[in-house]
Design a protein around this ligand. Structure first.
Ligand SMILES: Nc1ncnc2c1ncn2[C@@H]1O[C@H](COP(=O)(O)OP(=O)(O)OP(=O)(O)O)[C@@H](O)[C@H]1O
Ligand SMILES: [Mg+2]
Length: 634
């Protein structure tokens, strides 16, 4: 129990220290905001301190018959009869000065609060933008495995919403209570100078207030943790519904999705309500403490004023200061409750910032430079989970200028091989060499300058075709882009208004361009980089026979003096395009050869080829065929 409390305190300190480090970028504004805050918080005390003596002068004038005499009277600076201090601070200040001090401090309070709000808003915005950017940029450095293990909606929630917790911790939970605490200490010293007994009476209920606020803070923190998880789940469910809407509608699965969303949405609402109630409870509880403490001050002041040396002005000061002090104390403790509410968000943001990419450049990594594309796998072992290897001692070599096809059953590890070449993944054992350089020792950026991939599921942003192609080479000119499209045989399609209404400026959406057109655009994007090693994962998917024949020509032309690895279940395409075929089975190369030799050899390749090229009459017997009718059921 003690240990967990200690751990919690260490964690809290770590969160606070780390967050303070984030203030560096805005330290000038923070100092201004701090000073304005101190002035704004001190002014109400000055008006309360002036109000007591002012009322005493009014009361004195009243007892002498005419209130208008107040202008000739003077009041004390310090509302006390105490021998030493009282004699120092006798009736020395004219009523007009007291009135002016009271009124000006009231007006200035509001002005300072406004100016401070303006500066703080600027600090808030700068902090939140800075932190959000850091989290976003850090996310881009993480490895593929992090993203495959996360739900996109939940990640969006972490970047867009949770990162804001750091700013709230700094500007809502640290600065205001620090200011209030400083001013509060000064105010307590002032009150002690008037009457230490009355000061104790005013503060007697503070420990009770602290205990109850601590209790509420714990509940707020627990509810915030639940809200955090529910919000992430809700964002993830929504993202999945939006991206999978056509399947959901196709399978009439709306009610199932509805139920799932409702569950997390309800949990989020419950947790949110719980936070609101506990927060409101702390506000109302503090008001109760203000009221009770004021009553205590009045009763004690009236009962013991003589023995405490308390003047009328002093009593007025105390009754005026109790609400101001409790207001400040409430803000200090409210900040503590808010801290509990934002701490889970802050912790989650730092956890994300501390996540290291599993694939990183080595400290001694060098730039790869230009290569010819001689690729070697040496006994490569790789598994996504520790106990199961997808690739188990994979070895092969591809000469520069060679086009090699990787063939194998579904899930045999073909796409994994390409991801290892590009270092989206690192092997558990073994080496991958490009022109004799172990790719583990070169920088990932220089490696990816030399190798480009057409993914199995190409990605497009919601932007024009031109900009989607430019993603591969941000400094490419429009004519470079068009040349790449010519090379991929997709330029005529893009420039045909009947197919692409705005040509290169057509915005890529779900339906436009079509699946096949998108694939060719993705090929053009790959070619734009002029990679020495071209990796193609299922390039013929969604292509018609005509386009497929063209693509075969594109690859042959491009790969004449470059290395190319093609993955495809399209066996005719493989047979036509590949110089050599590697057959992947049980994590190793089971067969090597060209189409003719592999067909002659038999084995997995022959089985896959024949399964795809079965005579249709054998699979779907012609109903007029008497023999076939004889075996057909009924
Ligand atoms: N991120 C991952 N985490 C765990 N397992 C994975 C992950 N990615 C792939 N796998 C598994 O690793 C195996 C190889 O996957 P890979 O995508 O390389 O197969 P493939 O040969 O390209 O298959 P296909 O022909 O269907 O595209 C599969 O069983 C797959 O389920
Ligand atoms: Mg694959």
């Amino acid at each position: 129990m003690t240990e967990t409390t200690a751990q919690r305190q260490t964690m809290s300190r770590a969160l606070v220290w780390r967050s303070l480090g984030m203030l560096r970028a805005v330290r000038g504004l923070v100092v201004v905001s701090f000073l304005l805050g101190v002035i704004a918080s001190a002014l109400p005390y000055i008006s309360a301190a002036a109000f007591g003596p002012m009322m005493q002068v009014v009361a004195d004038a009243g007892t002498h018959g005419t209130l208008s005499r107040v202008w000739d009277l003077k009041g004390p600076v310090l509302a006390t009869d105490d021998d030493l201090i009282g004699s120092l601070a006798g009736p020395v200040v004219p009523f007009g000065v007291l009135l002016a001090a009271w009124a000006i401090s009231l007006l200035l309070t509001q002005l300072m609060y406004f100016v401070n709000a303006w500066v703080s808003a600027k600090v808030d915005r700068m902090l939140v933008t800075d932190i959000r950017q850091r989290v976003h940029d850090h996310l881009q450095t993480l490895s593929l495995d992090f993203f495959t293990a996360s739900r996109s909606g939940a990640l969006m929630q972490r970047v867009l919403v949770e990162s804001g917790g750091v700013q709230r911790l700094l500007t809502d939970c640290l600065m205001p209570p620090l200011i209030d605490a400083l001013v509060l200490i000064a105010a307590i010293c002032y009150l002690l100078a008037i009457s230490w007994q009355m000061t104790i009476a005013a503060l007697i209920l503070t420990p009770l207030a602290l205990i109850s606020l601590r209790f509420a803070g714990r509940h707020v923190q627990a509810a915030t943790r639940r809200l955090l998880n529910a919000d992430r789940a809700m964002a993830a469910e929504l993202e999945e519904t939006v991206s999978g809407i056509s399947e959901i509608q196709l399978f009439n699965a709306q009610s199932m999705r509805s139920r799932r969303f409702h569950e997390v949405s309800e949990e989020a609402a419950k947790s949110d309500a719980s936070i609101v109630v506990w927060m409101q409870g702390t506000v109302n509880g503090s008001q109760v403490f203000v009221a009770v403490s004021t009553v205590v001050v009045l009763l004690v002041g009236i009962g013991f004023s003589a023995s405490f040396g308390l003047t009328f002005a002093g009593l007025m000061v105390f009754t005026g200061m109790v609400p101001t002090m409790f207001g400040a104390a409430q803000r200090v403790l409210g900040a503590y409750t808010t801290y509990h509410a934002v701490a889970p968000n802050v912790a989650s943001t730092y956890e994300l910032l501390d996540t290291r990419p599993t694939v990183q450049d080595r400290s001694d990594a060098v730039a790869l430079g230009d290569v010819n594309g001689h690729l070697v796998f040496e006994d490569v072992v790789f598994g996504y989970v520790p106990e199961q290897n997808v690739l188990d001692g994979l070895s092969f070599a591809i000469r520069e200028g060679e086009t090699v096809a990787l063939v194998g059953g579904i899930g045999s590890g073909k796409s994994t091989v390409l991801n290892l070449v590009l270092r989206f993944l690192d092997p558990k054992q073994g080496r991958i060499l490009l022109d004799g350089h172990d790719i583990a020792g070169v920088t990932m950026a220089s490696l990816r300058d030399q190798a480009s991939k057409l993914a199995q599921f190409p990605f497009f942003v919601k932007d024009t075709i031109r900009e989607n192609i430019r993603l591969a080479k941000q400094d490419a000119s429009d004519s470079d882009i068009e040349a790449a499209c010519e090379e991929a045989h997709v330029h005529s399609v893009i420039s045909d208004p009947s197919k692409m209404h705005d040509g290169y400026d057509t915005v890529v959406g779900v339906q436009v361009p079509s699946g096949g057109q998108k694939r060719l655009i993705a090929v053009a994007r790959g070619l734009l980089r002029k990679p020495e090693v071209l990796l193609l994962d299922e390039p013929t998917e969604n292509l018609d026979a005509d386009q497929r024949a063209r693509l075969t020509g594109v690859i042959r032309g491009y790969a004449q003096d470059r290395t190319c690895i093609v993955i495809s279940h399209d066996m005719d395409f493989i047979a036509a395009v590949a110089d050599r075929i590697l057959v992947l089975e049980h994590g190793r190369i089971a067969q090597v050869g060209n189409h003719r030799t592999l067909m002659a050899e038999g084995g997995l390749y022959k089985r896959l080829y024949e399964a795809q090229n079965v005579d249709p009459d054998l699979v779907y017997p012609n109903p007029t065929d008497k023999n076939a009718q004889a075996v057909a059921p009924n």
